[in-house]
Design a protein around this ligand. Structure first.
Ligand SMILES: C[S@@+](CC[C@H](N)C(=O)[O-])C[C@H]1O[C@@H](n2cnc3c(N)ncnc32)[C@H](O)[C@@H]1O
Length: 303
């Protein structure tokens, strides 16, 4: 029997994190030197009507409930870096998916798609199917906003409303996923939220479902809990929304995704996000003391 998991929507629990990263992409989209152009991001934030202001333009500040102006300014610095990071990460994964499709992959699975608008904003070319997997409430909100703006996918977009701790493989196959064809998988902003066993099962399932020529791109945090528990951190930013960020993240030890994929026989490359940012002409450094942020952006191919 399937275990009953907590459900969430776009302004609660983990769902809110999808809105937060969309806000980061909205900020990035406003920049002259933007790395991604995501007009949907701002629409999603506007439609969600979060209970307090979420900055969607460069220079907009967070209404942090702290009397110390120094802390408020450091929190704004952290958010500015986070928004830049969303631009860097989105562009990195756009590029990875683009390479997979250019190599002939025509089946894409966005795991924990959230408010990822790639099915609408990227040019996929003919015959590409993009599956978006996330909790049903998140995808329903997304569909409503897309429909209200008469959004037209640039691919065959198929929503798969399921919890990734449940039997998501059957749900994906029921929507037409074909494991005999190579697949480009994406796990962006997902792994820290999964318990260690769910991450292991996810990576093993991906491996089993991946025909030769498949690719995966994933984001890995070595110490997500440590990064989120500081006084000046994402946890502070989202607390006014009633979202307790550290409680959403699994503290269970697990092997790095890159190592696990290599053990499963994938050809893996891993780059730290500050280095990736520098490659795009951006800087993720300069955070005040006490603020921490680092991640690895992983890509892998199955031969
Ligand atoms: C930080 S957001 C990232 C969304 C998207 N990948 C992006 O980068 O814009 C995290 C997403 O993971 C989804 N998520 C987390 N745990 C999940 C689970 N067990 N099953 C399905 N979705 C999950 C949330 O609903 C949310 O949309």
């Amino acid at each position: 029997m399937t275990e009953q998991h907590e459900q969430w929507d776009i302004v609660s629990s983990v769902g809110f994190t999808a809105l937060l990263v969309a806000a980061g992409r909205a900020v990035e989209t406003c920049r002259d030197d933007r790395l991604v152009d995501d007009p949907w991001a701002q629409r999603f934030v506007a439609a969600a009507q979060p209970p307090s202001v979420v900055p969607v333009r460069p220079g907009e500040t967070w209404a942090v409930d702290d009397p110390d102006p120094g802390i408020r300014s450091e929190i704004d610095g952290f958010w500015t870096m986070m928004a830049t990071y969303q631009g860097v990460r989105s562009r990195f994964f756009d590029d990875a998916l683009g390479r997979a499709v250019a190599a002939g992959v025509d089946q894409v699975v966005l795991l924990a798609a959230g408010l990822d608008a790639r099915a609408l904003r990227l040019q996929w070319g003919p015959g590409v199917t993009v599956y978006e997997v996330d909790q049903a409430g998140v995808l329903e909100f997304k569909d409503e906003v897309v429909d209200s703006h008469d959004g037209r996918p640039t691919c065959d977009r198929r929503a798969v409303g399921v919890d990734l701790r449940d039997d998501w493989v059957s749900a994906l196959r029921a929507r037409g996923f074909d494991p005999s064809r190579p697949t480009a998988w994406l796990a962006e902003g997902l792994l820290p939220f999964l318990p260690a066993l769910a991450q292991e099962q996810l990576l093993c399932a991906i491996d089993e479902l991946s025909a030769p020529g498949s690719t995966i791109a994933a984001e890995h945090f070595a110490d997500a809990i440590g990064m989120m528990s500081g006084r000046r951190s994402l946890a502070v930013l989202v607390a006014p929304f009633g979202v307790q960020f550290p409680s959403l993240i699994s503290s269970e030890q697990r092997p790095p995704a890159a190592r696990r994929l290599a053990e499963l026989g994938w050809d893996v490359t891993s780059a730290d996000s500050p280095g990736v940012a520098r490659g795009y002409g951006r800087d993720l450094g300069g955070l005040p003391d006490g603020m921490e942020f680092s991640s690895d952006l992983v890509t892998a191919t199955k031969s």
